[in-house]
Each structure stands twice: as structure tokens, then as C-alpha cells.
Design a protein around this ligand. Sequence first.
Ligand code: NAD
Length: 468
Amino acid sequence: MSVKEFALEDMVASVIMEMMNKDDDSCQPTGDGIYETIDEAVAKAKAAQPRLISLSLEKREAILTAIRKISLEKNEEWAKATVAETGLGRVEDKIAENILAATKTPGTEDLDAKALSGDAGLTLIEYAPFGVIGSLTPVTNATGTLINNTISMLAGGNTVVYNVHPSALKISTEVIRTFHKVIVENGGPEGCVGMVATPTMETAGEIMAHPDINVLVATGGAGVVKAVLSSGKKAIGAGAGNPPVLVDETACIRKAAEEIIAGHSINNNIFCISEKEVIAVDEVADNLLKFMEETGKAAILTPEEAQKVTETVIHDNHVVKDYVGKNASVIIEGAGLTRLAGKKDLRCLVFEADCKHPMVWIEQMMPVLPMVRVKDVWEGIDLAVKVEQGNRHTAMMHSTNVEHLTALARAIQTTIFVKNGPSYSGIGLNGEGHATFTIAGPTGEGITSAKSFCRQRRCVLIDSFRIV
Ligand code: NAD
């Protein structure tokens, strides 16, 4: 772009802003992105949105680059603060989560326009913003979700009002305030990102009912997804999973063992995509357990130890929150497993379970991994489909038999299906493809990116512009 064009673009942007400022002085965005009320946060985001899209794509991209840069600069500090505040996960894995979100979330390049050219002329299809998004974020990946959603939503030309999880309030406030500051420093309007200072269920309800919120995005458990889908607004739901991993007799068993332990234990199992139960064909099950133990990161529990752990971490068919996202050593201590006391390097506890065991069915979100033995791959496929429970979330399989892999992929219908790798490869960590922390299975957007938060618009020119 020439200097002249830049100057012209700036003039147009400032004229638009001036006109909008005259229209409604009460909507002048000010502040640091943290507001007392939902009404105030939404008013700021509403005023900011046309200002954001009046900037060139180049400037929007510069804002996204600044968000990526500050996220990487603050990464270690944010990772430590998140673990300290929420008590969930591991600092080194939170660092990996933030790097993934900052570097592999697509920007404006995701908005690939389509042109249809024919006898009748030319039709252009482009992605346009919805306007203001209301985004409800989880405690489990507080920073990863904020980095990822902010880049995707702003790339699409939207502004966003967050209702963050109250248990991650301090770190989320810090992240949103920081993003607000760098957006303004890089030429963006004030109010592009915001949150209410004290988020509650009531403020979540206010966002859902607010007439100036155009789209809702829920990243969390089944309750919040159901709530946004009942709101009467366009809603994107990224809900809970219970990802099974099936290992058949043709798999490379040592590699499968290593990758299951790695995928299951990242962030102490709080990733929604992480392996939550293993289903192993009888012929290879013993070796699988042996190789898991040989990683030095997993302990195989005796039936008595497994019983103690189950009684400690599951009460009335619900997980005991105190153990969610905690290191294996905390569970070892809580369950009084003297044999494993002091083994700080262990990343997870594995045990052989009956298929009816509660931890096969409940999303445990802690480094305790049940393994169910099945007589053959077909029984394994049936069980994997049942334990996934129609979440359409994530599943893994280790096998070298293409028919077996295809059979499970077809039967289970998950949004992510990882073959011969750890679960996190499905969101771009050591895997091809972009990253997201909002995996919209229930509503079908899948591995969300900027275009998931946009609506399609079509522009038709009759009889001209076709060049061949
Ligand atoms: P959560 O459902 O308790 O909370 C998520 C957000 O929704 C929070 O901001 C919370 O305050 C709000 N909320 C919860 N219930 C609500 C309701 N009825 N009405 C309005 N707001 C409500 O989830 P969490 O414990 O923070 O996160 C863990 C869960 O999220 C797990 O089930 C995990 O699988 C899931 N998750 C899914 C994805 C995905 O991309 N699909 C990503 C991360 C986490």
C-alpha cells in the first residue's frame, strides 16, 4: 500500500469515528476493559466494533501480532499465576498451552473469500463479523482460551465481552486488561475486549439476554452449553468430553504407551481432549501396562490401591473437586498409597478397571487413568462409542490396521480423531493444523477459528468481471 493510500485510509477511519462519536456520546469507550456492569462492558464493545472494522486488515493484523507477542512475553508469569490461583494443571504445561494459543491460532488469513465466476458474472463470498460476542470461559484453560478466543474473534472483526470463570478471576482480569492496553497502543479502539469486574452466574445471564450481544460462545461443561443454546440467540457451544483411546493388537505398543501417558497427563488431565480411559485388546493389554510403567511417568496400581484411589477421588458418582487438576503425588498422598509415597516424578496413576467403573464414564480431569480390557477390536469399538456418550468431542486410536482405524472413526463421529498420537496433536500441539481451545462439537463449528465467529455474505455482479 502506498503512503498516499495509507493517509487516505486514516482520514476515512477518523471521519467514521468522528461521526460515530457525535451520534452517541454515552458510548464513548474509555477505561481498561474491566467494567462494573455488563451494560457498560457491552456498550463499550458495541461502540468499538465499527471502529475496529474501519481499520485496514493490515492494522487489524498488527493488533493480533501485538496480542501474540505480549502473550509470549508474559507467558511464564501468566502460567505461574494461573496454577497458583486455580490450583489446576502444571506450570510447564500451561506454558505450552499459551505458546500454542499465541502461535497457532489463525488470524485474518483465515477469512478466505471465495469467488464464483461464470457466464452470469462474478459472485463474491466473504466472512463478515457478527458484531459483539459474549464469551463464557472455563477455569481449566483460562489463559489459553482467552488468548485463542481473543485472536479468533478480533480477527473476524468482532469485539468481545467475557464472563470469565470466577475461580480464574485474577489471572483473567490481568490478561484482559493487558490485551486491552496493547490493542489501544497498536492503534485499535478502546473497548474491543472487556469483562465485568465480578463475574457471576447472574452476569452470565445478563450477557445471554443482552439485546446488543449478537452471538454467544460457551466453552465449558454441559450446563453452560445448554444455557447458551436455550438463550434464543445464535450460540456456539464447546462442551465436555470423555475421550476414549483404543489400542488394538496391531499397534506399536511401546509408542502407544508413551503417547497415552503424555496425552493423558498434560496439565494433569484438565484438557477436555485428554485421554480419559484406555480400552485395550486383551492380547496387548499386559504389554501396554508394562510399557506405561517403563516410561517412569506412570504407576500401575494394584486392585487394592485402585480401590483406595477410587474411594478418595469419587464420591456419590462425582469427582472430588480437591483432586481435579492436581499432581499425581497429591492423589497418592490423599489415598494413602505408601508404596508410591515420595515418587514426585510420577505424572499419572493407571489401573485396570471393569467397564462399569465410574472413572470410565465420568470426566475425571485428574491424572488417574482406568484401562478396560476387551476381547477384540470390535468389542473395543463398541465400548469406545458408548463411553464417549455422544459428546462428539475427541477420541484416539493406536493401530496400524486401516480398516480398524476407519471403523472407529466412522462409528464414533467425534470432532477430533487422533490416530497413533497423543490427544493434544488434535489441537495442533505436535500435530498439523491450527490450534483452538474452543472445540465446538455440539454446535458443529469444530476446531474454531476466525471464520467460526463470522457470518457469510454474498455480493453478486451480473454479466461482468469474468476475465476468461
Ligand atoms: P464450567 O461449565 O463450570 O464453566 C465454564 C463457564 O461457564 C464459566 O465461566 C462458568 O462461570 C460458566 N457457567 C457454568 N455453568 C453456567 C450456567 N448454567 N449458566 C451460565 N454460565 C455458566 O466449566 P469449567 O469447570 O470451567 O471447565 C471444565 C469443563 O469445560 C469440562 O467439562 C471440559 O471438558 C469443558 N471444556 C470444553 C472445552 C471445549 O473446547 N469443548 C474447552 C475447555 C473446557
